[in-house]
Design a protein around this ligand. Structure first.
Ligand code: ADP
Ligand code: MG
Length: 398
């Protein structure tokens, strides 16, 4: 049963102070099919017209339906099971809803360093998540306050992609990998259709459950973008290994194409099980990319010379494209083709999520995609955190 539909939903008792209504998600619009670019959305304004304060203090969160058998506060509703994540902004816990017995993930919002009240980054993440509803995007059930900490309550996912690719018990077939790739693209197509750029696509932000469903998570860096008018953003986004060349070349005017480069990196990682472009800093990141797909030429990326940091970071020598040679032992011809279209230097020619979903890899080439439902037989739960702990244990033994 869905927590939002559970009998405890909206349960507030008299001992709960007004903080407990902080902030309660408004219902997101029903799932919409993504439309090819250029087709106007019928979903209305993306950003709520309500003020931040209004949406944080949603009075509907206080509609009391208290009964003595129910937990006395939202905090009592959830029993912590374990820690599953340690992020930049706070810890993530697996918890059990003691009424429905369903698991949830609690993401604690760190408030210590905030002089000015509720952190603006968390506010942005909450507002974005509230406007999204898609089977390949993590669902935010509600917000909760407990002992002075604010928690985001999410549907629970057994694994993340970094964790699941590091384990060796369960072998993904080509049909499974095709499904994971498809689901990632479907999630991105939806986000971009809704006018959201994720800006931090990487393994630990892509969650997978034991039913083989994949969902995009961690909207801490995401933002709404103007589809028609391009504006200036920071280029210090996206974890280095997944960062596209235009950001490494200093671009501040960019669009959803930045996520598609990261998606190309993830597609390769699904097959090789390791991040493919592992640079140490911005310059070495570009060198690693050059060594695999060759250097950008005028034909490949005409606009490169207009990028802010072009003189600083432009390739010193010409390197040819080795991409297909390097990856053909892992990937089929159609998979190689699609990955190469996602890793196009020129953002204006890079495949969009909708175009990628129409690639012959999905439409023509066998096998057809198959959700990895067999994950249910896998022992343990695999998140980046467990992977890091396992690695540390092994290092100690050596
Ligand atoms: P951060 O901004 O700290 O990176 P994330 O939202 O990415 O925060 O969460 C950190 C980690 O916690 C993730 O990499 C993932 O392993 C785990 N995690 C996050 N959300 C969930 C969830 N809904 N279910 C299970 N694990 C989750
Ligand atoms: Mg994260």
């Amino acid at each position: 049963m869905d927590i939002a539909d559970s009998p405890a939903h909206g349960d507030v008792t008299e001992d709960v102070n007004s903080e407990n209504s902080l902030p309660h998600p408004r219902p997101a619009p029903a799932e919409q099919p993504y439309l090819p670019e250029g087709v106007p959305s019928t979903s209305g304004p993306l950003e709520s017209s309500r003020s931040d304060a209004e949406s944080l203090l949603d009075p509907t969160a206080n509609e009391a339906t208290a009964s003595p058998s129910r937990p006395r506060s939202r905090a009592e509703l959830y029993a912590i099971v374990s820690q599953v994540g340690e992020g930049t902004f706070g810890k993530v816990y697996k918890a059990r809803n003691t009424v429905t017995n369903m698991h949830v993930a609690l993401k604690r919002i760190r408030m210590e360093s905030e002089k000015d009240g509720f952190p603006v980054t968390a506010m942005r993440e909450i507002k974005l998540l509230q406007s999204l509803r898609h089977k390949n995007v993590i669902r935010l059930f509600e917000m909760m306050v407990s002992s002075g900490s604010v928690y985001m309550v999410f549907e629970y996912m057994d694994h993340d992609l970094t964790g699941i690719l590091s384990q060796t018990q369960f072998n993904f077939t080509d049909a499974h990998l095709k499904s994971l790739c498809w689901q990632m693209l479907a999630g991105l197509a939806y986000l971009h259709h809704k006018g959201v750029i994720h800006r931090d696509i990487k393994g630990s932000n892509i969650l997978v459950n034991n039913r083989g469903e994949l969902k995009l998570a961690d909207f801490g860096l995401a933002r709404f973008y103007q589809k028609r008018r391009r504006s200036d953003y920071t280029n210090r986004v996206i974890t280095l290994w997944y960062r596209p060349p235009e950001l490494l070349f200093g671009a501040t005017v960019y669009g959803p194409e930045v996520d598609m480069w990261s998606a190309g990196c993830i597609m390769l990682e699904l097959f090789t099980k390791k991040p493919v472009f592992q640079g140490n800093d911005e310059i070495s990141q570009l060198d690693v990319i050059y060594r695999v797909i060759g250097t950008p030429t005028h034909e490949r990326w005409a606009d490169a010379a207009n990028m802010p940091w072009y003189e600083l970071v432009k390739p010193k020598d010409h390197v040819p494209n080795h991409f297909k040679e390097l990856f053909k032992k892992w990937m089929s011809p159609a998979a190689l083709d699609l990955a190469e279209r996602l890793l196009d230097y020129d953002p204006s020619r890079r495949a969009t999520a909708v175009q990628a979903m129409e690639a012959s890899y999905f439409i023509q080439e066998q096998p057809t995609a198959e959700q990895p439902i067999g994950l249910a037989t896998l022992e343990g739960e695999w998140h980046e955190l467990e992977t890091k702990r396992e690695r540390a244990k092994k290092r100690k033994k050596e």
